[in-house]
Design a protein around this ligand. Sequence first.
Ligand code: SF4
Length: 705
Amino acid sequence: MTDTHCPYCSLQCGMRLTVPAQTSDRASSLEVTPRDFPTNAGGLCAKGWTSAQVLDVPDRLTTPLLRGPDGALHPASWEDALSAITGGLRDIWAAHGRSAVGVFGGGGLTNEKAYTLGKFARVALRTPFIDYNGRFCMSSAAAAGNRAFGLDRGLPFPLTDLAGADAILLLGSNVAETMPPALRHLSGARERGGLLVVDPRRTATAALTDDEAGLHLQPLPGTDLQLLLGLTHVVFAEGLADTDYLRRRVDGVGAVRREVAQWWPERVERETGVPADLLRRAAHLLAAAAPGRGGAGAYVLTGRGAEQHAHGTDTVTAAIGLALALGLPGVPGSGYGCLTGQGNGQGGREHGQKADQLPGYRSIGDPAARAHVAQVWGVDPELLPGPGVPAVELFKKVGRPAAEGGIRALFVHGANPVVSAPDAGALEARLRRLDLLVVADLVPSETAQLADVVLPITQWAEESGTMTSLEGRILARHKAIEPPPGVRDELWVWRELAARLAAPAPFSDDPHEVLAELARASAGGIADYGGVTMERATREALYWPCPSAEHPGTPRVFLDRFATPDGRARMLPVSAAPVADDLRPEAPLYLVTGRVLEHYQSGAQTRRVPQLARAQRQATVTMHPVTADRLGIEEGTPVRLTSQRAVAVATAVFSTGIRPDVVFMPFHFAGRQRANLLTNPTTDPISGMPEFKVCAVDVASADTP
Ligand code: SF4
């Protein structure tokens, strides 16, 4: 029996893996049972229950693949695969220099892998161009948290704290489908009539507000910011702000008060479609729940629906501004938080995978940070490259001529950007123009199918390591079974490549050793893991910061002060902006993308699990029946969606719970069913987040010529 955690989302549900006696030790015989852990309290969703099946799917990669002269991928030895990589790199370095190589990581990698990948890029490859798919996940919330609080920890409090709240404002998060076991933490607010869900669709989560359990606010896509400014207007205009808290703990209040003065509810109704009286009721419910007004507590939570916009950082800044006006952050039983999505979405952004960061959330431009990390790595600080560029900018370089600053070789670890990147068709074309594409994965993902070298790697139950959950809690995963013969750990891959490339620092493939090094590199930084060991993470699941072996960890940050130099939070005025790709006569509907219960991220894993695939085998597009009727579309028939960038296909599904001017498509599917063929790569200027959540499309029956 091995106690571990689910391989998928940031809830990191506790589970127990058992290899029954008298059977083989292969993954197909592995039994998954839920285990009591605070985030899931003994629950698992369908993805967690079936997670072991991914390890034994028929097309599991068990040998490296090399692209041959015939253009096809062929099995190869590890020796040949590693030689092909090092030989290709040396040729590219000789012709174009170190900056012609890029790295794209993932928010599902363990802390030890995320850390080692950042070190591999800076020390072994010596390229500035590393970023990761967390850029597409919660980067807007991270940027907004940093500028308001001086620190980004998804939830700066334990998830279980939510249960005591009278009211929770949930913006753009469909918890009921994305992380069902977390619903139990919303039940207190529901029972007290305080669950407030903001979503253009009547999702399974929005439906939980029925029967006076709360309110569903259904704004036009891309207008969450206006809605938040309107809520903050009501808070100030109707005397609901916690003025004592604002005076004691917050700067910038006057500028925000002036900015929101122009967002009276009737104006917000015109721009968002949310009735003014509903807006007022939501503001009053939240305010009544705030501790400053005698309530049990209130939370403002954001998810990808509010964050994945070209003005996502400003939207989250407005959400934080609302929470500050009500006196919530840094007060027990209340606060603002971001519901991070990927399994290690939090840890993945702390250890150096981000273009501008070194381990411990240190800035790569800070001389003191460079000196500290270089000393841990045993290299000259001058050797470390400077900041790179966010993911979408990185991808624009991919495949371009090196003379134009292009990237000619790319490593992809823990990601499938051919399905998950915005304007995915354009990226696919660029990847095909690379001189060297190296993809490490467990299955031949859509990105792996384009690679020159494919590396088969171990997965969660086959290795040990730590993850950091959406609460900033560091927990240990443990090896339960041996990987298939021929499969290797990525830590081993980077150690081998670093040695062959004569890297000036050693690399370890022992996760205990890597965690110890990570702890030293992060010590003194914002995300301080100085006191974390695998043994402690197994025993206690510590919250960071945890600076020493004696430190108990920090479940709640900000209680005494915020992480800004003067300890005060910053309220910042933000202005509403139109969506980047707005409606026009030839594209009269808004496309919103998102997840469904049975699938995870690009679907590379869950599409291969029979039970999950049966539940939803192909892409659907949800539309209002009135819209379908106007367009002459029958339910269950194929539909063509056209944006400025591409055409995608999906099967029509009708729902009266979606606005007639909006259609919804999940992003888990491949080929022509890729929602991200359509999405807009325009990015937030602060966070680099693409505008995934809204673009204009035309929708027609696929039978229409
Ligand atoms: Fe796994 Fe997330 Fe489902 Fe929990 S909610 S079982 S962590 S996918």
